[in-house]
Design a protein around this ligand. Structure first.
Ligand SMILES: [Cu+2]
Length: 158
């Protein structure tokens, strides 16, 4: 009785082997993809701590000062960096503003911009370190207030 079942068992066994092989192939494929993904190393940006401050606070239409403090992984002031600052509004149709942040004291850089419109702004910081490495940061400046008019009344848009 049991010998009759044997061929059937063999067939099943072969099928499951095929399944296993297919699964293995899938695994190998995934592993290959993973390896390929890993073998293209994206150079990690150097560790730089960037602190930012925008004044006046809250930000309003008119001149603003962006202060950036750069430090390395050990907390040491990072000097000699070249920092380009770009400011855009979150809605399309406006020209971006550009400024260069100058090193006011070791590791402390300042850029001057002028917000022309109330609303949400995005400040992009393009840093080039003395060794040529580049990194970028984004600062969201939401809800820039309308500017002070003639030093007395503040215009509110809502
Ligand atoms: Cu605008």
């Amino acid at each position: 009785m049991s010998w009759r079942k044997l061929p059937d068992h063999r067939v099943r066994n072969r099928l499951s082997r095929q399944k296993l092989a297919r699964r293995l192939a899938g695994f190998v494929c995934a592993a290959t993809l993973f390896t390929v993904g890993c073998s293209r190393p994206v150079e990690l940006p150097p560790f730089v701590e960037i602190e930012h401050e925008i004044s006046p606070q809250p930000a309003r239409v008119g001149p603003v000062t962006v202060t950036l403090k750069l430090a390395d992984a050990t907390g040491k002031a990072l000097t000699g960096a070249h920092i380009a600052v770009e400011a855009d509004m979150s809605h399309p149709g406006m020209n971006p503003l550009f400024a260069e942040a100058k090193e006011a004291e070791p590791g402390r850089y300042q850029a001057h911009l002028e917000f022309q419109m109330a609303g949400d702004w995005v400040i992009l910081i393009h840093v080039t370190l003395p060794d040529g490495k580049k990194l970028e940061r984004q600062i969201d400046v939401r809800g820039v207030q309308p500017g002070v008019q003639s030093g007395r009344s503040t215009w509110r848009s809502t």
